[in-house]
Ligand binder design. Structure first.
Ligand code: PMP
Length: 427
């Protein structure tokens, strides 16, 4: 049993010693002390179904024994910086990742986070093309350092950074967008941005396949192929941000972009790659990777032995435990049940997503799509009381984000939907 400080004691220390910028879910935040696969346990030993662990990077399940063993064994043997010496762990993971990617995407550079990965990808696109202009989508989240904060396009995540050379294209949002699900129509905006906002040549385009922070928005079908064509014609590189949608989460494919039938020039990843261990990566072609040899470039811990040992274990677990198939089967089942719930509760405006990356948007008016922000908070809180943790997102904070560890079962899906149904029925 847990004998550490209580939630109240932790909260008071946080107040005094931690940045006031740090936030938590729930009015009465949970003190989680143990994790096992798709479950979390609080200080009193109470069990919660974790349907949001995916965002917190856990794809194989909390404390998956195979991943834990890999981390412990490597830690006992050696942990060091990535630079200076050889070690097999980084090379093994690079090879395994490259084998998961299509085309000539073969060269890996490891980082510690998704932000770093996207910063590097954007810099490489700029170096390779000799251009500065980058296009990202409105409502996107790509990170919070200077460059990526520019590419991020939601005011609540943007500080007063100098946003140099970033243009934000109309979001191909099937639910709220002006063109509905007609992806190609939205792509025309990219053409306009290039034509009227740049010299005609650009460095690149970065996007998620399903916007995570933005509220589980699956880009309208046909958008990415059309967008990639326009970008390529303007000499730009296409960057796929797979920080949330990668690593088998969408079920039908290993990478989110594969659902759209495109092949990017650069792929960035983090979160799921390490099952909770800080790790990120940028994968590109040998030709593009060359740009980093123009100067000295390094990352002290990106790709260190312990983190890359974890990464290799993650890939093995996804394969051995057929987690992609599970994400597809359980995710499809869960989505069906959520769609049925939508017919029952007026509060649900939209159910969307793929595999185990699902969103439920709450609105008070179906015509006006008025965000049901308070109702979302209420349901979130009540579901926690029942023992189910889901996430929240979207610009208006009115979308449930359901991104559990990929070992989520049909019984878990039933429990989640029943808890949501019960809570909404009582409102
Ligand atoms: N890209 C996407 C799509 C993300 O969701 C996030 C984090 N929410 C990032 C990049 C940044 O990753 P990190 O927080 O590891 O820097």
């Amino acid at each position: 049993p847990y004998t550490g400080p209580s939630a109240a004691e932790i909260l008071s220390k946080r107040k005094e010693y931690l940045s006031p910028a740090m936030f938590y879910l729930y009015n009465k935040p949970l003190n989680v002390v143990d994790g096992k696969m798709q479950y979390l346990f609080d200080e009193k030993g109470r069990k919660y179904l974790d349907a949001f662990g995916g965002i917190a990077t856990v794809c194989c399940g909390h404390c998956h024994p195979h991943v834990v063993d890999a981390i412990v064994n490597q830690t006992k043997r050696l942990q060091h910086s990535t630079i200076l010496y050889l070690n097999h762990a980084i090379a093994d993971l690079a090879e395994a990742l490259a084998n998961k990617l299509p085309g000539n995407l073969k060269v890996v550079f490891f980082t510690n986070s998704g932000t770093e990965a996207n910063e590097l990808a954007i810099m490489m696109a700029r170096l390779y093309t000799g251009c500065h202009d980058i296009i990202s989508l409105r409502n996107a989240y790509h990170g919070n350092a200077a460059g990526t904060m520019g590419a991020t396009a939601q005011s609540n995540w943007k500080f007063n950074v100098i946003q140099s050379g970033v243009h934000h294209a109309i979001n191909p949002d099937p639910y709220r967008g002006v063109f509905g699900s007609e992806g190609e129509k939205y792509a025309k905006d990219i053409q306009d941005l290039i034509q009227f906002g740049t010299s005609g040549n650009i460095a690149g385009f970065v996007s998620e396949a399903i916007q995570g922070v933005g509220g589980i928005i699956e880009l309208a079908p046909g958008y990415l192929p059309a967008a990639y064509n326009i970008i390529k014609k303007a000499g730009g590189l296409c960057i796929a941000d797979e920080v949330q949608g990668g690593f088998a989460r969408t079920g039908s494919h290993f990478w989110g972009f594969e659902n759209h039938g495109v092949v990017p020039d650069i792929v960035t990843m983090a979160k799921g790659i390490g099952n909770g261990i800080p790790l990120g990566a940028v994968i590109t072609t040998p030709e593009i990777a060359e740009v980093l040899t123009r100067r000295n470039y390094f990352n002290t811990f990106g790709g260190n032995p312990v983190c890359t040992a974890a990464g290799l274990a993650v890939l093995n677990v996804i394969e051995k435990e057929k987690l992609q198939d599970n994400a597809f089967v359980v995710g499809s089942y869960l989505k069906e049940r959520l769609i049925a719930l939508k017919d029952k509760h007026d509060l649900i405006g939209d159910v969307r997503g793929r595999g185990l990356m699902l969103g439920v948007e709450l609105v008070t008016d179906h015509e006006l799509k008025t965000p049901a922000k308070l109702e979302t908070l209420h349901v979130l809180d009540q579901m926690k009381e029942i023992g189910v943790l889901v996430g929240k997102g979207g610009f208006y904070g009115n979308v449930f984000r359901i991104t559990p560890p990929l070992c989520f079962s049909k019984e878990d899906a039933d429990f989640l939907v029943d808890a949501m149904n019960y809570t909404m029925s009582k409102m």
